[in-house]
Design a protein around this ligand. Structure first.
Ligand code: BGC
Length: 595
């Protein structure tokens, strides 16, 4: 039995051990997600940049992660935070230059960190040269074949070709406008008043994000070439945006109508003609061959992680069969309530489904699309939420006022425990920037600053995802907390009370979230039981507790119940999310043990 009344998280070791050069690194990796616009601002213009990211590499090394995933850094009009790409082979001028990107990758590699970037293959920006050309070339042209144009229904083609909804609200179709006789060049097609409405184009997301036609050979070859462009520059892999969306059902059939609501049936887990179509796997197999063709390079074969909101787990596992993508985010855990039995079911089904295809699990608690962990776990509804149209990007939709009230201390406490759970599970894990600081969702951003397309497209009923994208607080007691210089106005305002949550403030605080993350990641690097592998549930664990062992000699206990859970006698505490009193793990705490 542990005799000390109170145990603190052990100190951080100064120098992390060298990273593995193992080509299977991705099976166990902890990957840190950088949202470049909000990470670090070196030039003080209020927007994060690559120079800032380079400056913060030592912070990431000391944090103890293995790899960095950078959300889109390409030129983009930013209609959807960079997920509307206008040039796949360059860098957004606000973020820097290609030379700086190369420098970042080289420096990350020198420090032993791998680098993943984002590939957005379902759609481009409407400012991509191919879309300009498609609008200008007109119906029936080869240029239009790269996207999904259709004639409208109704006598004058005034109705959308089908009833598909866009993820950010409204229809998934918009009508193209062509320059009339007096119109100028293709660049002006949407701005010119002398225009004629004609065909419709598909956009599963915002109207500024036209969907590519993945039945078109030019599109297929273009993306092979984009992969090679970045692999040749030394990128270790890609996160594939909406990897389940490129293939559409032939004929683009209407969604079924719900008999009760009369609305199209388009929820998560339901069959939709634009998601999870069988032939999407042909595309993924093709990309795997491209990645594997780098097997003999110094970095080894390149890797993919897929963002595919596909359920159930067996269906999702099809994306990571041995000849497809390597890993896929297990969003079921993110959607799951903070409840022991549900979480255990999700963990078991994920492990079983992934084992069936020989792939590791990839755990994720949040990202740039979902409510911050500390906020989510402090609410009545603790799982990420969905609307009938897909992910509920907003933190408020469909929830009564009471449901969205947040007990932030409880949320942070659970977020600490959840981090220990996530990092102890078999496989790899992703950490979204700022979660290591316990940042909360910023829910009071001024309405005129909201940029997420959801805000406009929902008719100002859903605030969208900006609240989890507020720039990082690095140090100091006043905004912008060294995101830029003292005079910088960050693109989204930071709460003044983040002074106590800055990275610098937390470094010297033994009980901070940052210290906990550093301790857990340091332990994970040296503990052979952690990372890829298996777990065994401790079936004697009391109700409400998740308790499992991993060999050799490791146990994780997470207490989701209401009563303290006793720590086995003789166990040594490696990392604890909270204080240990009387040899027990308190409710909403977690502990890692050496047996
Ligand atoms: C990205 C989102 C983006 C959407 C459309 C996603 O799933 O994570 O941020 O809005 O794809 O590209």
């Amino acid at each position: 039995m542990i005799s000390s009344p109170e145990t603190q998280t052990p100190p951080i070791t100064d120098t992390p051990p060298p990273r593995s050069v193992d080509h299977d690194w991705w099976r166990s990796a902890v990957v840190y997600q950088v949202y470049p616009r909000s990470f670090a601002d070196a030039n003080g213009d209020g927007t994060g940049d690559i120079a800032g990211l380079i400056e913060k590499l030592p912070y990431l090394v000391e944090l103890g992660i293995d790899a960095i995933w950078v959300s889109p850094w390409y030129p983009s009009p930013m209609a959807d935070g960079g997920y509307d790409v206008s040039d796949y082979r360059d860098i957004h001028p606000d973020f820097g230059t290609l030379a700086e990107a190369d420098d970042f990758v080289a420096k990350a590699h020198e420090l032993g960190l791998r680098v993943l970037i984002d590939l957005v293959p379902n759609h481009s920006s409407d400012q991509h040269p191919w879309f300009h050309a498609a609008l200008a070339a007109g119906p029936g042209s080869a240029e239009r074949e790269r996207y999904i144009f259709r004639d409208g229904l109704g006598a004058n083609g005034e109705q959308a070709p089908n009833n598909w909804p866009a993820m950010f609200g409204g229809s998934a179709w918009d009508r193209a406008q062509r320059p009339g006789p007096g119109g100028a060049g293709a660049e002006n097609v949407t701005a010119d008043s002398d225009v004629q409405p004609e065909q419709w184009y598909l956009h599963l997301f915002a109207p500024e994000q036209p969907d590519f036609n993945w039945d078109n050979e030019e599109v297929i070859e273009e993306f092979d070439s984009i992969l090679r462009f970045w692999f040749d520059r030394g990128i270790d892999g890609f996160r594939i945006d909406v990897a389940n969306s490129m293939a559409k059902e032939a004929g683009l059939p209407d969604l079924a109508i719900h008999p009760g609501t009369g609305a199209p049936v388009s929820g998560f887990g339901e069959e939709r003609p634009y998601f999870d179509q069988p032939h999407v796997h042909e595309i993924l197999r093709r990309w795997r061959k491209v990645a594997d063709s780098y097997a003999d390079s110094e970095l080894g074969p390149r890797v993919f992680v897929s963002e595919a909101w596909v359920s159930p787990a067996e269906r999702l596992a099809r994306y990571i069969r041995p000849d497809e993508l390597h890993t896929t985010f297990n969003f079921d855990a993110l959607v799951c309530e903070w409840q022991a039995e549900s979480l255990r079911n999700v963990i078991d089904s994920t492990i079983a489904a992934n084992a069936g295809v020989g792939a590791p699990c990839t755990w994720v608690l949040s990202n740039h699309d979902t409510t911050r962990v500390a906020t989510r776990y402090g609410r009545k509804v603790t799982g990420a939420r969905f609307t009938h149209e897909g992910i509920d990007w907003s933190s408020v939709t469909d929830q009564s006022e009471e449901d969205t009230r947040t007990q932030i201390d409880l949320g942070r406490r659970r977020a600490r425990a959840a981090a220990l759970l996530e990092l102890a599970l078999p496989g790899g894990a992703y950490v979204y920037q700022g979660d290591e600081l316990g940042l909360e969702e910023v829910e009071d951003l001024p309405e005129d600053m909201l940029e997420d397309p959801t805000w406009e497209r929902s008719g100002h009923t859903e605030r969208g995802r900006d609240g989890c994208r507020v720039p990082m607080p690095w140090s100091g007691s006043e905004t912008p907390f060294e995101f830029g210089d003292a005079d910088t106005t960050p693109w989204l305002p930071q709460p003044a009370h983040w002074a106590s949550l800055t990275a610098a403030a937390q470094l010297s605080e033994p009980r901070s979230m940052l210290t906990l993350y550093r301790a857990a990641l340091a332990e994970r690097r040296v503990n052979p039981a952690l990372g890829d592998g298996t777990l065994r549930w401790d079936d004697d664990a009391p109700d409400g507790a998740l308790s499992f062992t991993r060999e050799p000699g490791f146990q994780c206990i997470v207490n989701l119940g209401e009563r303290p859970v006793e720590i086995p006698s003789g166990a040594e505490i490696l990392v604890a999310s909270g204080e240990i009193f009387s040899g027990s793990v308190a409710p909403d705490d977690a502990v890692w043990l050496r047996l």
